[in-house]
Design a protein around this ligand. Structure first.
Ligand SMILES: Cc1cc2nc3c(=O)[nH]c(=O)nc-3n(C[C@H](O)[C@H](O)[C@H](O)COP(=O)(O)OP(=O)(O)OC[C@H]3O[C@@H](n4cnc5c(N)ncnc54)[C@H](O)[C@@H]3O)c2cc1C
Length: 390
């Protein structure tokens, strides 16, 4: 048998895309409930989309590109990103909970392989929901000043403190939580990451009501919570390395899935509502598509680098800036294209409600995952070598 001396590196990805497209077409009836997004509370939408996660896991699509050790089928992680894009392109909603798994699981695999082997299959298949507990009332942009404390105690640690803005917190069963194990003045060096059971004694989770009225995030109060030693993620003092590793996926890979969803949303808006558009529609739609295209081009390189195991350093801040820009440009275009319906229609208008909630969510894209100003500082100082502003 002769082997091809110049194999096409993207052929396996193209094959995955074609096979997945075929599967989606053959199963369109079973998948119909997952086609439509409506403005609804997180606990309702996550319950609605968890069966989709299960279906994709059971049929192997969500096992592609995950290591065999965590229940996957192996192969390049790029297969995961192909599946996410094809799902969105076919008009289905990528489950939000799956997005958070895509952020947390790679870090768990790298820093806590035993925990990953137990939890990644449950997270990817939708059996478990996870959240991140990094930010605190006085520590958001500056995580080095966080005060939640973890003290070694017998066969584990005792953790006390308060987290806030924890996305999915009130529907999650596990939290990757950053706490201080070193001296208070050690900054980023004295931090350690833990895998915390949110049903443990001493944990209280309180949903936060956002301006939109929805509750996507929570405060997590911890009082003398016992965390066993085998729930350490990485070693003591390695918390900052674990967070920075995770952030590559939160700011980089997450943006890939998001651009796929946003592009489909914009296309559907045009197909369904072009008759309602004002005369300025061409310019608005053009701006929105261009910003999404710019994001896609950038993220394509990023997911390629992540799949190759390249450490991106602060470069992934660029993806986060482009994501915020694209999401806000697209939803603002939608607001103007549907104006005044979007602003004035009552809650019985499902289209207006959905686009209002999307517009509202776009406002926070410059805050979650690291504030826009901080990302711009990182690009200016660490990538461009400009002088420090402060
Ligand atoms: C919807 C949502 C979901 C979130 N999900 C999570 C989550 O799952 N887990 C989690 O741990 N956290 C989460 N967060 C928290 C988020 O990461 C923080 O809100 C963010 O990092 C900003 O921190 P802060 O709110 O404390 O604001 P601050 O740090 O107080 O910053 C306020 C403003 O000051 C300016 N600023 C601060 N520092 C600098 C700087 N160095 N350079 C330039 N400007 C600066 C910026 O304008 C910034 O917007 C979420 C937040 C939101 C809104």
């Amino acid at each position: 048998m002769t082997t091809d001396p110049f194999p096409d590196p993207v052929a396996p990805l193209r094959q995955t895309a074609e096979q997945f497209r075929g599967w989606l077409e053959r199963n369109h009836e079973a998948l119909e409930p997952f086609r439509h997004e409506v403005a609804e509370e997180l606990h309702l939408s996550s319950a609605r989309f968890r069966p989709l996660q299960k279906l994709l896991w059971d049929h192997g699509w969500h096992r592609l590109g995950w290591p065999v050790d965590v229940g996957g089928l192996g192969g390049s992680p790029l297969h995961r990103y192909v599946v996410a894009e094809e799902l969105a392109a076919a008009g289905y909603v990528n489950p939000a909970i799956h997005g958070s798994v895509e952020i947390i699981a790679p870090m768990l695999i790298r820093f806590a392989p035993d925990l990953a082997a137990r939890h990644v299959p449950k997270g990817v298949s939708g059996d478990e929901v996870w959240c991140q507990g990094f930010s605190e009332p006085d520590a958001g942009s500056d995580l080095g000043s966080l005060r939640t404390r973890a003290i070694a105690d017998g066969d584990g640690f005792r953790v006390s403190g308060q987290k806030m803005w924890s996305s999915n917190g009130h529907i999650a069963s596990w939290c990757c939580l950053l706490a201080r194990t070193g001296d208070p003045d050690e900054g980023y060096r004295g931090l350690t990451m833990f895998w915390v059971d949110l049903s443990a004694a001493g944990v209280r989770v309180v949903p936060t009501k956002l301006e939109s009225g929805a509750s996507d995030t929570s405060e997590i109060f911890l009082e003398d919570v016992h965390v066993p030693a085998d729930h350490l993620i990485g070693g003591v003092g390695e918390g900052w390395a674990a967070v920075m590793y995770l952030m590559q996926f939160e700011r980089g890979a997450y943006a890939w899935g998001r651009q796929a969803d946003l592009t489909t949303q914009l296309t559907e808006l045009i197909v369904d509502h072009v008759d309602e558009f004002p005369a300025t529609a061409d310019e608005l739609v053009g701006d929105a598509y261009l910003s999404l295209l710019g994001l896609r081009s950038r993220c394509r390189d990023t997911i390629g680098a992540l799949a190759a195991g390249t450490n991106l350093g602060p470069a992934f801040s660029i993806d986060k800036i482009l994501l915020s820009k694209a999401e806000q440009t697209m939803t603002e275009a939608a607001r103007r294209l549907l104006s005044p319906r979007l602003e004035l229609a009552g809650t019985d208008d499902a289209v207006a409600e959905l686009w209002r909630s999307r517009w509202s969510f776009s406002r926070i894209t410059t805050i979650y995952g690291g504030a826009g100003e901080v990302q711009r500082d990182l690009v200016a100082e660490r990538l461009l070598g400009l002088p420090r502003g402060r």
